[in-house]
Design a protein around this ligand. Structure first.
Ligand code: AMP
Ligand code: MG
Length: 340
């Protein structure tokens, strides 16, 4: 644990999908800056090369803004961290290129951070959770995980699409638009609040894993039938998807007997999901730890903070070996700092 004796700052770059984020954290865990710039496709879902082009275009500006906000000089940085995976190849490579250039120019170490791990670690930092069951729900991932024997073990995950992606595709099929910078999931949430009637939809939990593709197909055909109010379809869609997530998280909680439930990822902003998990956690005498909106979707601060944890344990990577890992699983990562 050589690095833990030093004081310093880490600049972290997030670029796994549609967001290009830059965060700056101190070794003591203070977040000094967290600046994000999102790519919004004109039509349809994320096009990886177009998103990467967006990231390359805004990278310099976002890095500059983060440094300005942090109040520290570029020479005060001691580590550069980047999202090394999992994610979309062109997007990951753009962030990695910027990180390598900075680390080389400044002559400081580089850390490749696992994106899913970073969501958990920033969540723990900002909610003061110590050993939670985590439900991580986003546009690209749906994972129920907890720490056991040196790693975060995946207790359950999606077998097909992520719940955030499922919500976004459904919203586009329903003709909903991301107005005023609001995420599509948020627009579905606002519609669902006005829903009154529950329409049965496929509820697919297989062992500890989940599947959302049947739910999506059935919800889209309900839209085409035009027999129901859109508000009721949104309501039924959310109730079904979130009950599935709550069920698996509850079983993982009961099995591990953890005392905290951490909810993170972009979908964590959803009030209905928060309330279901909170009720479930309280029934098990566990504390519900919802990650605030600033740190729950993809962001640079989580990469900066996890970069510091890795750096303190000498988990740096030479520039020439810093390849991105498109399918890097959470349970492959060594986590030496937990339980120290
Ligand atoms: P991330 O991949 O972590 O950046 O999160 C993006 C995902 O979060 C997208 O699928 C959004 O539609 C979803 N999202 C954002 N806000 C909400 C909300 N209030 N309810 C449900 N999903 C949301
Ligand atoms: Mg995102």
């Amino acid at each position: 644990m050589v690095g833990c004796m030093r004081k310093g700052y880490c600049l972290g770059i997030e670029s796994t999908a549609d967001d290009f984020g830059v965060g700056i954290a101190s070794f003591e865990g203070e977040i000094l800056a967290n600046v994000n710039h999102s790519y919004t496709p004109e039509k349809g879902g994320i096009h990886p090369r177009e998103a990467a082009r967006h990231h390359a275009k805004v990278a310099g500006k976002v890095i500059e803004e983060a440094l300005e906000k942090s109040g520290i000089k570029i020479d005060n940085l001691s580590v550069i961290a980047f999202s090394q995976g999992p994610g979309l190849g062109p997007c990951l490579r753009t962030g990695a290129t910027a990180a390598r250039a900075l680390a080389t120019y400044l002559g400081i170490p580089l850390v490749g951070v696992n994106h899913c791990l970073a969501h958990i670690e920033i969540g723990k930092l900002v909610t003061e959770a110590t050993d939670p069951i985590t439900l991580y729900v986003s546009g690209g991932n749906t994972i129920i995980a907890a720490f056991e024997a040196g790693r975060y073990r995946v207790f359950g995950e999606t077998l097909d699409i992520a719940v955030g992606n499922c919500l976004d595709v459904f919203a586009r099929e329903a003709g909903l638009k991301p107005e005023n910078g609001k995420a599509l999931g948020r627009i579905v949430e606002e519609m669902a609040i006005k829903g009154r009637k529950y329409i049965t939809l496929p509820y697919t939990v297989k062992g500890m894993d989940l599947s959302f593709s049947g739910l999506l197909t059935a919800a889209v055909s309900l839209l085409h039938e035009k027999k129901h109010r859109l508000e009721d379809v949104c309501f039924s869609f959310q109730e079904t998807a979130f009950s599935m997530l709550t069920e698996v998280t509850e079983r993982a909680l009961a099995h591990t007997e953890k005392r905290e439930v951490l909810l993170t990822g972009g979908v964590a902003a959803n009030k209905r999901l928060q309330s279901m998990l909170k009720t479930m956690a309280e029934e098990h005498d566990a504390r519900f730890c919802g990650v605030p909106r600033e740190y729950s979707p993809d962001n640079g601060a989580m990469i900066a903070w996890t970069g510091i944890l890795c750096f303190k344990h000498n988990l740096t990577v030479p520039v020439e070996k810093s390849f991105v890992k498109l399918k890097w699983r959470l349970d492959e990562v060594e986590v030496p700092w937990v339980g120290e």
